[in-house]
Structures are given as C-alpha cells and as structure tokens.
Design a binder for this molecule. Structure first.
Ligand SMILES: Nc1ncnc2c1ncn2[C@@H]1O[C@H](COP(=O)(O)OP(=O)(O)OP(=O)(O)O)[C@@H](O)[C@H]1O
Ligand SMILES: [Mg+2]
Length: 302
C-alpha cells in the first residue's frame, strides 16, 4: 500500500454537502448483496506461485453501482471471474445473498470487454438464449427479449447478426442478454474498453439510465479513472502484486450524473485521489529520457 502522506486526502463531502450525507446515510441502510471475505487466489506458474489476490474483503449493497479500479495485473479480472464462478479462490469465500458462490449461475450476469455474442444467432436469439436454456417457453422468452432489446435501444436491430453491429451495439446486446436472465448482480469487466471515447460516453450514460430503472446491482471493472468516478456510488481501489484492497471510496458526485460534473471540484478531487493511490507521486520518475539529438541544432521545433 502507498504511504498515506503522499496521497491527497479526499475532503469529506458529507460534511460539506447535506445531499451527499443524506445519500450515503440511505445507502448504508441497504442490505448487503455480495460479500467478499478474506479472498485469495494463488496461481501456479512455471516461474513459481503468483499471488493474484490476497486477503480481499469488501461488500456490495443492494442496487449499488460499484467500480473496481487498479493497475494492470492487480487481479481485477481474477476477482470478477471468481465472483462469476468461472474461477475459484484458493482462500476465503464469496457470498451472494448469504449463500456461497461455488460455480456459475443465472443470478450473476457477465459482460466482458471482448465481444462474446454467438455470431450465428441474431440479436433477439442471443438475448433469448439464456432464458430458453433455463426452460422459459419460446413465446415468453421472445416477449422478454423484445423488452430488453427495447431497453438498450436496439429494437430496429433485433433481427441483425453480430457482424452487422457496431462495437457499441454489440455491447448493448451483451447487456440485454445478461439482463434477460434477471441477475441479482451484473458483473462487467472493462465492457467499454474497446470503444471510442464518444461511444463510450453514450454507453456509460445508457448504462446509468438502465441501472436507475432495473432492480440490479452492478460491479464494473475499469482502468479509466473518469469512468469510475462518473459511474460509481463507491470505488474499490486495488493494489498490485499482490492484489489487495487499498481503499473503498464513496463518490461524492451527486446523482443523476451528467458530463458537466466532470469539471466540478468533487469530481476532480476524487479522480486525483484515486490517481495518487494508484500511482503515488513519489513513485513517478523525474528522470528525463536519454535522447540523442539526430537533427540539425538550428532546426528546432517546440
Ligand atoms: N491462469 C493464470 N495463471 C497464472 N497467472 C495468472 C493467471 N491468470 C492471471 N494470472 C496472474 O494474476 C495476476 C492478475 O491478473 P488479472 O488478469 O486478474 O489482472 P487485471 O487486473 O485484470 O489486469 P488488466 O488490467 O491488465 O486486465 C497477474 O499477475 C497475472 O499474470
Ligand atoms: Mg483484466
């Protein structure tokens, strides 16, 4: 963990803003959906054991929007894969609604960065796939699929195949497909990481709108500070090697969110605080690059 002295302290906005105080007072009364207890994951590799996660503890409240952020290799994907039941911990446990997670289940929806739609199925059939597999009738799953496709704004494309969709549309379909199973928690691993900045912002705004209207809790992994502050109620900051909890931050940014907030003091202070946690100021190198001049000294550019 970084030495505390090097990290800009985040002002307690609850003291400054009664609205933020009230929001978090209400928030803390919500029941816990997901509990992560003393979680550890050690991988065996040819170079010896790799501790991806060590003694990770946190919980997520009902209908919380939580982002996980941390440097590359700090175990974010390992964590979300364990929560999804696609990997297992070597110590500790995960409880969803008080019950241990022992494998994949329809109570957890996943959206990955890579496009994971079935390429041979249309948008509608992709969304119908999970519920039909779970035994829902074709008529019922078609009706529900239309509902979710409409919610993500893709009604005109329900009969399109994934290759006919843009990156953003593929991720909208992936969100509809995950929500069609009506999960308790939506687990998202850098879902907008491959999108251009403008599409990414549209997707973030749409996701917030969906989350406001649907009974679902979201755990969202990102390496983008701005995305984390824009989306979250709380932000879990992880350290790397081994992956450990550095801090759980309560975002002081009021809801509903909009792009103008990105320049507000509380937004910038939160962003800077996380930046300092991930890259403490004293760890940054001041050593200039050793560059050999290969141009005419008179031919100077600035
Ligand atoms: N199957 C595996 N076998 C061995 N080591 C692994 C395995 N999976 C992950 N690791 C190691 O565990 C650590 C955490 O990896 P992980 O992919 O969870 O990090 P991440 O935070 O998601 O990184 P990124 O931000 O680059 O996506 C890394 O050191 C990685 O090399
Ligand atoms: Mg990852």
């Amino acid at each position: 963990m970084s030495p505390e002295s090097s990290v800009t302290k985040l002002p307690d906005y609850r003291e400054q803003s009664p609205k933020v105080k009230e929001r978090f007072e209400r928030f803390h009364k919500r029941p816990v959906v997901l509990e992560v207890k003393n979680l550890g994951r050690v991988f065996e590799s040819s170079n010896g054991p790799v501790t991806a996660l060590e003694d990770v503890n946190f919980n997520i409240k009902r209908r919380e929007f939580n982002c996980v952020i941390g440097p590359s290799g700090c175990g974010k994907s390992t964590l979300i894969r364990i929560l999804a039941g696609l990997d297992y911990p070597t110590s500790g446990q995960v409880l969803l609604d008080g019950k241990p997670v022992l494998g994949p289940g329809a109570d957890r929806g996943m959206v990955f960065q890579g496009y994971t739609l079935f390429p041979w199925l249309t948008v509608k059939r992709n969304v119908m796939f999970g519920p039909m597999n779970a035994g829902e009738s074709e008529t019922e799953s078609e009706r529900n699929a239309r509902f979710w496709i409409d919610m993500v704004g893709l009604s005109k494309f329900e009969n399109a195949y994934p290759y006919q969709l843009s990156g953003g549309m593929k991720q909208r379909t992936a969100i509809a497909r995950a929500l069609a199973n009506q999960p308790r928690i939506l687990l998202m691993d850098e879902p907008f990481g491959a999108l251009d900045a403008q599409t990414r912002f549209q997707m973030q705004t749409s996701l917030l709108e969906i989350w406001r209207n649907v009974e679902v809790t979201i755990l969202f992994i990102t390496h983008d500070l701005e995305e984390a502050v824009f989306l979250s109620d709380r932000i879990l900051v992880l350290d790397a090697h081994p992956g450990r909890v550095n801090e759980m931050i309560e975002s002081p940014v009021p809801r509903p969110r909009n792009d103008e907030q990105c320049v507000h003091p509380e937004f910038l202070a939160t962003k800077q605080h996380i930046e300092h946690l991930i890259h403490p100021p004293e760890s940054r190198s001041d050593t200039p690059l050793r560059i050999t001049r290969m141009t005419d000294p008179d031919d100077t550019v600035f």
